[in-house]
Design a protein around this ligand. Structure first.
Ligand code: NAD
Ligand code: MG
Length: 394
């Protein structure tokens, strides 16, 4: 069996760490070609020591210089680079078989697109790339023969619940995609309680341990909204064929309901190493380090309808996807900015959805036909929401 060379983009993040944990269990199958981080030099250095990549990429020249120095002092022959072009380069290098797209936010778009154009197997965690530019990414993958494997646990579950074809999966005969949601850490709070939620409260997810941006998105349920759009793009289904089901235990990771009344679900412990191992090895199966699910320990499986009154960002995501064009791009860009502002205590929890809604209302929606239109819509939305933020006081 040939050893597959992997580029892990965003290797110091939550998904990056889980990926390296799985890869380390299978040195006979996988080798690390490139590791990338934004600012965390020391962590990336430690990963270089452990995984001996050919290339490492950081966000700035200064950070790259620091890593280069550390590698030299320790006799490591890693080629160190910095910036977006270097990310694109390692994502599309001919030596690479698999690219793990685990950068958070729009910052991951161009490298994911480069991997798609270069025909790689892409382990897609970076859902924002697909939300802002789904059509372009899917078209690029189709044209080059790239295989996009969903790592997001719900989409990986859907993939596993659909019939496999040579190119991936087929949605023939499906009635609905049932996208499960934990409901996040604030699921049971009243509107009054939500009004005074702090970043610390919102960051505490009951079932999953994740990076700060996606943790806040889980608290607002925007994560589920982004995932609705992600599902439409990945599986080429209509937004109204996706139903969100709140399932607080996070044991069922999503389901597919078929025309004949069958419902197929994928279950497992809430540990991202399961979807990562699945996406790495598909159509084979490999161990992931995750303990088997003990059903006798599961207290019960519960299901509720989502509440879009308390969590309006979920409604806005459905609306943006129905509207199409650059509406999801604008939704995503405004959300990234407001999440950052909330984490820095510049806006209150309930203002997150208000600001995104206002940004969408005053933005021009265009057909999302090319990359420059998407990038322009993204930056205009960021400017608009920044302006709206400066007009309000917490
Ligand atoms: P994280 O914040 O833990 O890690 C983000 C990684 O991206 C880090 O390695 C960081 O160095 C890098 N990065 C950040 N900004 C960058 C920039 N401007 N340029 C280059 N690199 C940059 O995030 P995470 O929780 O691992 O999430 C990563 C992606 O995976 C997100 O899109 C998230 O929605 C998705 N995802 C995460 C989980 C999870 O369990 N954590 C589950 C499903 C999907
Ligand atoms: Mg998810």
């Amino acid at each position: 069996m040939a050893v597959r060379a992997i580029a892990v983009l965003g290797s110091t993040g939550s998904i990056g760490l889980s990926t390296l944990d799985v890869i380390a269990r299978h040195p006979d199958r996988y080798s690390v070609f490139a590791l990338t981080a934004h600012t965390r030099v020391q962590e990336l250095f430690e990963q270089c020591v452990a995984y001996r990549p050919v290339h490492a990429v950081l966000g700035s020249e200064k950070a790259a210089g620091q890593l280069r120095k550390l590698c030299k002092e320790h006799g490591l022959s890693v080629e160190v680079h910095h910036g977006p072009d270097a990310l694109n380069q390692v994502a599309s290098d001919t030596a690479v078989d698999t690219v793990v797209a685990a950068i958070v936010g729009a910052a991951g778009l161009l490298s994911t697109l480069a991997a798609a154009q270069a025909g790689k197997r892409i382990l897609l965690a970076n859902k924002e790339a697909l939300v802002m530019s789904g059509q372009l990414l899917m078209q690029a993958a189709k044209a080059s023969g790239a295989l996009i494997m969903p790592v997001d646990s719900e989409h990986n579950a859907i993939f596993q619940s659909l019939p496999a074809t040579k190119e991936g999966v087929s949605t023939a005969g499906i009635e609905k995609i049932l996208l499960t949601a934990s409901g996040g850490p604030l699921r049971n709070l009243t509107q009054e309680e939500l009004a005074v939620v702090t970043p610390q409260q919102a960051l505490k997810h009951p079932n999953w341990s994740m990076g700060p941006k996606i943790s806040i998105d889980s608290a607002t349920m925007m994560n589920k909204g982004l995932e609705v759009i992600e599902a439409c793009q990945l599986f080429d289904v209509n937004v109204d064929d996706v139903q969100v089901v709140v399932h607080p235990e996070s044991i069922i990771h999503s389901m597919v309901s078929y025309a004949d009344g069958s419902v197929i679900a994928q279950m497992g412990r809430p540990d991202m190493r399961t979807p990562i191992a699945h996406a790495l090895a598909w159509p084979e199966r490999i161990s992931s380090g995750v303990q088997p699910l003990n059903l006798f320990e599961v207290s019960g499986l519960h299901f509720e309808e989502p509440d879009t009154i308390r969590f309006p960002l979920l409604r806005l995501a459905f609306e943006a996807q129905r509207e199409g064009g650059t509406a999801p791009t604008i939704l995503n860009a405004a959300n990234e900015v407001v999440v950052d502002a909330f984490l820095n205590e510049r806006v209150a929890f309930l203002q997150l959805s208000e600001l995104v809604e206002q940004t969408l209302a005053c933005s021009k929606i265009s057909p999302a036909s090319d990359l420059s239109t998407i990038i322009e819509a993204d930056s205009l939305a960021r400017e608009t929401v920044q302006r709206l933020i400066t007009q309000i006081a917490v």
